[in-house]
Design a protein around this ligand. Structure first.
Ligand SMILES: Nc1nc2c(c(=O)[nH]1)N[C@H]1C(S)=C(S)[C@@H](COP(=O)(O)OP(=O)(O)OC[C@H]3O[C@@H](n4cnc5c(N)ncnc54)[C@H](O)[C@@H]3O)O[C@H]1N2
Ligand code: MOO
Ligand SMILES: [Mg+2]
Length: 423
């Protein structure tokens, strides 16, 4: 007799995993290598930006007071007494009707409070000296980029746990972060199980299939910002599998196995958890695919027993492994982002378990729409190719019809805080 497993809600499974999530270790790395990593401390402005009042235009720095009353009909001439480019500081201080020729980015010369762009004046020369004629008046502060208008000293600009984008890298450089404190990439071991598995470079043989899970999971691990460590594939042999899993578990922060978690004669993971003395958090989730997904803990380390079925394996990673890793990086929204979209085809299947259907979401005429990307079976691999989201249909409902608005979990982009309290 096989054990009858008691399914728990997806939300219960996720919280059981997150109860065991640990804060990641941190390290300092060169700014050159920091993109896509997660900040381990807030990014603080250590000075004002810009650090001085500066010119946003190529033109002339003048005193607003000298432009008062100036119009097309009563223009005024200004004498140019110095020229500065960005990086230089004016040596002279203009007095009445004097100006400094100034380029974009240069510090506003003392005594001046307006920049007039070149295009607004008529330049001329008199007795070998440069002049221009002004035909309009200005207010003090016109065309000036003020010190601190971009960022003020002491401000916390990006919080710990945010993934470094090119824009954040610009801020890190602005504030002199040659070395950046980030979360270390945890090592996530992968072991594929199954006597039927061939590696990617092997010819097909009767009864055998190529191992796709190991490659898919490694890509999922990289995408989330961790480091995959592939330990190869195992034939279904209890002793050998136990030895290999206990050995490799020591070398990583998390271990993912694929396959062998169900109730089949060659599904040895349940027995291996026993031999390891693991605390099995759950071995059945009320979801499709991935109902057999099992998570166990050994000495504080999580072992994810993902299903062998490719789509179930994929979904198990996204719903359970992803938030565990992202939580260790202090990410505030570690779950797939939940949106809503209109179903474009009927989905009559009813199921007691909640379903996470590989789907494609698109935007048309102001609305989001969603449709499945292929056959909705957990053993299917082809429907993963076009999937940019998982349609989330709660269990117990009597099917869904074209036009229904359904929940959708995006596979890319920003995440969500906990959104799935009901399934
Ligand atoms: N009597 C029952 N049988 C099954 C149940 C059940 O509740 N009672 N659950 C079914 C469900 S649901 C799933 S999902 C699968 C889970 O199976 P396992 O996790 O034990 O995985 P395997 O048996 O090893 O393989 C299942 C399937 O996946 C293919 N596979 C395995 N590894 C890979 C890989 N690395 N790359 C590509 N494909 C892989 C394997 O060949 C099998 O076809 O159990 C059901 N059975
Ligand atoms: O766990 Mo299975 O993937 O539900 O089909
Ligand atoms: Mg099996």
């Amino acid at each position: 007799m096989v054990d009858i497993r008691k399914p728990i809600l997806v939300s219960e499974a996720v919280s059981a995993v997150l109860n065991h999530a640990k804060a990641g270790e941190t390290e300092f790395i060169s700014i050159d290598d920091c993109e896509e990593r997660y900040l381990a401390s807030d990014l603080i402005a250590d000075h004002d930006v810009p650090p001085f009042d500066r010119s946003p235009l190529d033109g002339f720095a003048i005193r607003a007071v000298d432009s008062q009353g100036v119009t097309e009909e009563s223009p005024k001439s200004f004498k140019v007494i110095e020229e500065i480019g960005a990086g230089a500081v004016a040596a002279k201080i203009p007095t009445q009707n004097e100006a400094i020729r100034i380029m974009t980015g240069a510090q506003i010369p003392a005594g001046t409070d307006v920049i007039v762009m070149f295009e607004l004046v008529r330049e001329f020369e008199k007795e070998g000296e440069a002049y221009f004629e002004l035909t309009q008046s200005f207010q003090s502060g016109d065309n000036i980029s003020f010190q601190g208008e971009d960022a003020q000293k002491g401000a916390s600009l990006v919080q710990k746990g945010v993934r470094i984008t090119p824009g954040i890298k610009a801020l890190l450089a602005t504030f002199g972060y040659a070395e950046v404190e980030v979360f270390k990439k945890p090592k996530v071991g992968i072991i594929a199980t199954g006597t039927e598995l061939l590696d990617v470079d092997e010819e097909l043989q009767p009864g055998k299939i190529r191992n796709s899970n190991a490659y898919m999971v490694a890509a999922q691990i990289k995408k989330v910002g961790a480091e995959p460590v592939y330990f190869g594939q195992l034939v279904d042999d209890l002793e050998e599998s136990f030895q290999k899993i206990s050995l490799e578990l020591e070398k990583v922060d998390y271990l993912i196995t694929t396959g062998g978690v169900s109730v089949g004669d060659y599904d040895f993971l349940p027995e291996i958890y026993k031999r390891l003395g693991a605390n099995v958090l759950f071995n059945k989730i009320a979801m499709r695919p991935g109902s057999v997904t099992t998570v166990a803990e050994v000495n504080g380390k999580l072992l994810f027993g993902l299903s062998g079925n490719p789509s179930a394996c994929f979904v198990g990673f996204e719903l359970l492994v992803r938030p565990a890793i992202l939580t260790s990086f202090s990410v505030g929204k570690p779950h797939l982002q939940k949106l809503q979209a209109t179903l474009v085809v009927d989905n009559d299947k009813s199921n007691n378990f909640s379903r996470f259907i590989r789907s494609y979401m698109y935007f048309d005429n102001g609305k989001f729409y969603v449709k499945p990307t292929g056959l909705d079976k957990s053993g299917v691999v082809s429907s993963l190719a076009d999937a940019n989201c998982l349609m989330m249909l709660p269990g117990g409902a009597n099917g869904f019809q074209k036009g229904d608005v359904v929940d959708v979990l995006l596979l890319t982009g920003e995440g969500s805080e906990w959104p799935w309290t009901t399934v």
